[in-house]
Design a protein. Sequence first.
Length: 195
Amino acid sequence: MRTAEIARKTAETDITLKLNLDGTGKSEIRTGVGFMDHMLTLFARHGRFDIELKCDGDTYVDDHHTVEDVGIVLGEAFRQALGKKKGIIRYGDALVPMDEALMLAAVDFSGRDYLAFDVEIPTQKVGTFDTELVSEFWYGFVRNAGCTLHQRMLAGRNSHHIIEGMFKASARAMRTAVRIEAAFADEIPSTKGVL
């Protein structure tokens, strides 16, 4: 089983996370930010990752530290669970419609962190959630997972649909990328011999 357990405590957040890359999509998510809980629950489901996550954050200030730090910890967990990345497909992509929104995600677990965030979210808030925090979450994730992630909005007007489509597309792309290819289970998918 490719699993990780992370505990991270700062002056702003106290996070514990358990991740199983080879799960069934079960999750228990409690970040203190309702919209983030919703996005991470569907991320787990569509990626078929088992995630247990609890965050106590300084949401009395705002949601920024919680959202960013959850991205950091989830990225660390992916890096830990992937280990040397033997046998993984490495690349994955997904095109996901969410009503009027159409979202593209493509990922490479290359060891190099890069986020191409080509998404225009039309409103500043979804409920009480600041939509600018979406990119902060993904920056935290890619920097700590060591992956390249392209997210592109091909269509969309509704902010909730755009963000939800992005999380679903990213989950499905990652589900493909982290899958073990049985015929190459002992190989690193790189001509360098290391990722």
